[in-house]
Design a binder for this molecule. Structure first.
Ligand code: SF4
Ligand code: SF4
Ligand code: FES
Length: 258
């Protein structure tokens, strides 16, 4: 298809306020939304703020909402829209705007810091770790995450309830807790760290009602809900309601005699 003029509405503004601005911009075959935003910068709006790095769906920087759906601008082909369709590009609604399409995603970095990292197993040197292939595969899926935070933006627990950000880590970071809890070599429990308890009590796992909206927008196709959040809920419930687990935790906590 040869070039055509597309109608765009792009949100422009800052923390004080803003609104949608109309543009008519040239589109060529094979282009993605980020190409159009760059053309806007080059021809009509040189000060339009947009964050991007790789243009290959790998850095997770160019997250925005296109026609209201959280997406990567560099992976959204113009060919998915009709040529006479007006395309709306707005910043991620779940995070505070810095300017135009750029948001402050610091919430996610704060949540990342709250999760203790992998605890190496005592007495096993790096390089001597051995795991079943299915355990490797499980971690691998979660490690495809490019930290675009589209799932965090989508999740209604924080999208519509700013106040929940204090107590809810969001799908990306609950997935991280799940990954570590399911890791057969993680020795966190031997240091007194109960990842299942922290998932519930510190990272707000109970707020998730498994709607799968996070999974639907993940550009890496990670089954966040089915493979991380639901198993994590099951594991946390086992801990809470399994009488043997409960008894074991009481016995371990009993102070030594004498
Ligand atoms: S499945 Fe849970 S984490 Fe994902 S969007 Fe729904 S409530 Fe949020
Ligand atoms: S889990 Fe998917 S949607 Fe969420 S931050 Fe990672 S890549 Fe993005
Ligand atoms: S620019 Fe890197 S993911 Fe879009």
């Amino acid at each position: 298809m040869s070039g055509y003029e597309a109608r765009f509405k792009v949100w422009r503004g800052d923390p004080e306020g803003g609104g949608l601005k109309d543009f008519s911009v040239e589109v060529h075959e094979g282009e993605v939304v980020l190409d159009i935003v760059h053309r806007l910068q080059a021809t009509q709006a040189p000060d339009l703020a947009v964050r991007w790095n790789c243009k290959a769906g790998k850095c997770g920087s160019c997250s925005a909402e296109i026609n209201g759906r959280p997406r990567l601008m560099c992976m959204t082909r113009m060919s998915v829209f009709e040529p006479d369709e007006t395309i709306t590009v707005t910043p991620m609604r779940g995070f505070p705007v810095i300017r135009d399409l750029v948001t402050d995603v610091g919430f996610n970095y704060r949540k990342a810091r709250e999760i203790p990292s992998f605890v190496p197993p005592p007495g096993v040197a790096p390089g001597e770790y051995r795991m079943m292939q299915e355990d490797v595969d499980r971690s691998q899926e979660f490690r495809k995450c490019i930290e675009c935070f589209l799932c965090q933006d989508t999740c209604h627990v924080v999208r519509d309830h700013e106040e929940n950000k204090q107590v809810f880590a969001g799908p990306r970071f609950l997935m991280r807790v799940a990954e570590l809890d399911m890791h057969p070599l993680d020795a966190a429990s031997e240091t007194g760290l109960d990842r299942r308890r922290t998932a519930q009590d510190e990272h707000g796992l109970g707020y998730c009602n498994i709607t799968k909206c996070c999974t639907e927008v993940c550009p890496e196709g990670i089954k966040i809900t089915d493979n991380a959040l639901i198993p994590m809920k099951e594991r946390a419930a086992d801990r809470k309601y399994d009488p043997l687990v409960w008894l074991g935790s009481k016995i371990r906590k009993r102070p030594a005699a004498g």
